[in-house]
Unconditional design. Structure first.
Length: 126
């Protein structure tokens, strides 16, 4: 699996894997280009990422974007028009100790919709 030089792949104890920054990533900066091929719903795998109404980004191989973790407090976002992951503009920057996190519950297939409910519940608590 190719990981861009400014990122590192980390195995987290009891939590799986993640992609972390190795250098400061400025607000709005492109973190990396997404990899894979586009497919319609009928020809995509359950792990694919929905990028519009009936178009999914899918891959036979693992890429760095496969290890971005979900967060109710993301520091990056999916730019589906350009197939890039970018640092959010409202944050100062992503530091060397930060995992790349994004919200993706609206973009994954319906079986992952429980993430949306969890984030909404957490937001309502505060």
């Amino acid at each position: 699996m190719h990981v861009p030089n400014h990122l590192k792949f980390v195995r987290l104890k009891d939590k799986g894997r993640a992609i972390f920054a190795k250098k400061l990533i400025k607000s709005g900066e492109v973190i990396f280009q997404m990899k894979g091929h586009t497919a319609d719903d009928a020809n995509s795998s359950p792990e694919s990422l929905q990028i519009d109404e009936d178009r999914f980004l899918d891959s036979k191989y693992y890429h760095a974007d496969d290890y971005i973790n979900h967060s109710c407090e993301p520091n990056s976002y999916w730019d589906f028009e350009n197939l890039q992951v970018k640092a959010l503009k409202y944050i100062k920057s992503i530091t060397r100790i930060d995992a790349i996190r994004t919200e993706f519950f609206f973009k994954l297939k319906q079986r992952f919709s429980r993430l949306a409910k969890i984030c909404i519940f957490i937001l309502l608590l505060f």
